[in-house]
Design a protein around this ligand. Structure first.
Ligand code: PLP
Length: 371
């Protein structure tokens, strides 16, 4: 997965992925959803954290079922976890049937046409069915879902479970949650009856859906972001352990006296002489350019200092005037994410979601996995 130019020798900054915290988060979610099976969403390289290390850690914590978006992601994951059950959320649309069969991946069938293809050519292998209940993104629409209910024999394969996806789970009071939950329960019950399978498993909840309560758990839950330390519900304290820490280091320190300015477009013009530290992380490292401009803090020697001016491709600037002279120099470590700089806080300040922040983190870091 890593690009050739990554690694300790070339990277200045360090991304630490705490696999112990990851496993704790899995166990907390599994406990919260006790009675249901807890799977894991590891699409997009496990939300940017590195699926080759994340998936085995989750497996060690008890996870047996994994969700990826693309069959190509499933193919990589299959090499890492030969025994795991792997579902491909994008179904057969992009990958075709052969790569699913070849790598023992189970498609999540999103259209009736895919149901028919799998019934005809899937050799009876297991697959999941996705019905849309209000997200209007993927899954059978109402007409297709009704057609399938009228002709359940079209599911001529090992149907492993039926799923749907919540549009507003992170907004607990949103009325669509209950609407989707009721629609899904009704459809699940009808399909169970039509198939004569009263135990056909049902799955609705992502991370935020798990916190909505047991009504939403059904038989299988599919958390992603909460495993990686993200707050499932933005408006409440985060119950998850932080997993990701991003540390850069200072390259150079200088005093900037008015009317001098800092960085591209001269956007930071300190009112008094300011001490500016240039740090070796920029937007090419996945630290979004939108986080510049003095709204976001970094932590340096235990002190929170603002990120000022525009973020460059390979560097950003801190105003470290609050620190005693001599406290900051080349090599001083700077925490840009983790510790006092919480992922959710960064998300809130930046206007990016925690999902975007994590998946944007590049491979130009020295990646350290804490076991
Ligand atoms: C990404 C995804 C999940 C996981 O969602 P989180 O909000 O990260 O917990 C679950 N189900 C589906 C269908 C998804 O696409």
């Amino acid at each position: 997965m890593a690009v050739p130019l990554s690694g300790a020798t070339l990277a200045g900054a360090t991304l630490t992925l705490d696999l112990v915290a990851l496993k704790e988060n899995y166990c907390l979610l599994a406990k919260t959803a006790a009675g249901a099976i807890t799977a894991a969403a590891v699409k997009a390289d496990a939300y940017g954290l590195g699926v080759a290390r994340v998936a085995p850690a989750l497996q060690a914590a008890g996870c047996r079922i994994f969700f990826v978006a693309h069959a190509a992601e499933g193919r990589l994951l299959r090499r890492v976890l030969p025994e795991a059950v792997i579902y491909v959320l994008h179904g057969l649309a992009n990958s075709g049937i052969s790569s699913c069969i070849e790598h023992d991946l189970r498609p999540v069938l999103n259209r009736l046409a895919e149901v028919d293809i799998w019934a005809r050519d899937g050799g009876g292998r297991p697959a999941a069915l996705h019905v849309d209940t209000g997200m209007n993104r993927l899954g059978l629409d109402d007409a297709e879902a009704a057609a399938l209910l009228a002709a359940p024999e079209r599911l001529a394969f090992d149907l492993a479970f039926v799923m749907s996806h919540l549009a507003c789970a992170d907004i607990p009071d949103h009325p669509l949650n209950q609407v989707q939950c009721e629609r899904f329960a009704a459809y699940g019950a009808a399909l169970r009856q039509a198939l004569g399978r009263p135990d056909l498993p049902l799955s609705l909840a992502n991370s935020a859906g798990i916190l909505l309560g047991p009504t939403y758990h059904f038989d299988l839950v599919r958390p992603g972001i909460a495993l990686y330390g993200g707050n499932p519900w933005s408006a409440r304290p985060n119950p998850m352990a932080p997993v990701v820490t991003l540390e850069g280091s200072v390259l150079q320190v200088r005093d900037v006296t008015p009317p001098a300015t800092v960085g591209y477009a001269a956007t930071y013009a300190p009112a008094r002489t300011a001490r500016i530290a240039t740090v070796d992380v920029g937007y090419a490292d996945g630290y979004p350019r939108a986080l510049g401009g003095g709204r976001v803090m970094a932590e340096l020697a235990g002190v929170r200092v603002p990120i000022v001016g525009r973020i460059s491709m390979d560097t950003l600037a801190l105003d470290v005037s609050a620190l005693p002279p001599g406290a900051v120099g080349p090599g001083t470590a700077v925490t840009l994410l983790g510790g006092a700089v919480a992922l959710d806080q960064l998300a809130e300040l930046s206007g990016f979601s925690s999902y975007e922040l994590l998946t944007a983190l590049s491979h130009r870091y020295n990646r350290v996995y804490k076991e």
